[in-house]
Write a protein of this length. Sequence first.
Length: 212
Amino acid sequence: MSDDALMKEYLRLDNPDLTDAELNDYMATTYKTDKEEYSARETNAGKVQLMKDAKAARDYFNKVKEDYAIPTEVDDPGVSEAERGEWLSQMETEVNDLEGLSFSMNDQGEEFVYNLDDEARQEIKGYNSDLENFFDKYVDESGKWDFDALNTDMYIMNNIDKIVRGVANQYRSKGTESVINEIKNPSFTQDKQSTPQKQESTLDMLRRQILG
């Protein structure tokens, strides 16, 4: 990925409210990419600054990936097989006790609980047991990052309450009470007779985004 594209993705991740036009203006002004507006000396200085900032951005993404990793090799001097086994056992116990995910609907204290079934809990255990490979899905075989997917998932992960409120408020404003009822009374009971043409519900969409 080019330095220019990398910095745009880094800035978009760090400033999710900025529009593409605002990002482009910032890039052009900060790194002086317009040769007609800036002198050769200024554009060269901008290239140097872009290279430095892009290196810092790459270091950031690599560090984030490392921070999510947990040791898996038995010969890792930092974590023994017994310690890893203890961690996994404690994690699975906590997941087994997890009945649902609670989300705030508004400032008045209204909440909905996103009920979890055994299949959902098993999914969570699978994700937690493979944290060292958490970022693999965002990197292809050539080492190129899918920053669009990373930005989306990271924002959802850190702003799920805001997203849930937004969905609820949007459908309230449209008078779609059936969607609100579904959100407030979730069920993971699967219809075995469902056909491939069945439209994904709002609740299923949120579940997919939360659990991957």
